[in-house]
Design a protein around this ligand. Sequence first.
Ligand SMILES: [Zn+2]
Length: 219
Amino acid sequence: MKKLVKGIVEFRKKRLPDYIEKFAHLALGQAPDTLFIACSDSRVVPNLFASTDPGDLFVIRNVGNMIPPCGKKGLSTADESEAAAIEFALLNLNIKDIIICGHSECGAMQALLAGREISKAPNLSSWLRHGQAGIEKIKEKTHPQAHNHLSKENVLNQIENIKTYPVVQKKISEGKLKIHGWWFELSTANVYAYEEQAKDFVLIDEAQAEKILERISGK
Ligand SMILES: [Zn+2]
């Protein structure tokens, strides 16, 4: 935590002058157009890898970037915090895109592959059940890259989970919302986007970025 405290002093001295107007404007209200759902992992840094500024992203972060599915009466089947953030994002903010972003070397995926039971961590062990659906799709569970394959499957499963919420279904049917699956590779800092046609995650380079921009500007 020492780095954080020293970092505040550093920010106030060197960088705040460049941001002061931005924050004064943001104090009047936020208008992000994207809900970004990522893992709590400290190495996943959307502000850095997607060059975002304060006010750009509304964010949900939890272990394994998971969204418990909807149950009866539009209520979450588990923790309400994810569903509450989704409702706020769609009903109170002008969110047009939701990105669910998994990542390589995810501890949650490794724990899932190892059987979910984590000693002295009953809440964590239980929470991981929301990623269980991906396990069945992994054929070689002992493959050295199995956890990374699972992480990608998990992104697709969480997209299905988020689509179980009536508020999400309504926005999609009105053409006001798109859901995207992304995957961040730690060793290269590359970001991949799931392409329905290719049935795979494709590197977001300039050409792929053009393709995505074309698709989302069609709204
Ligand atoms: Zn993770």
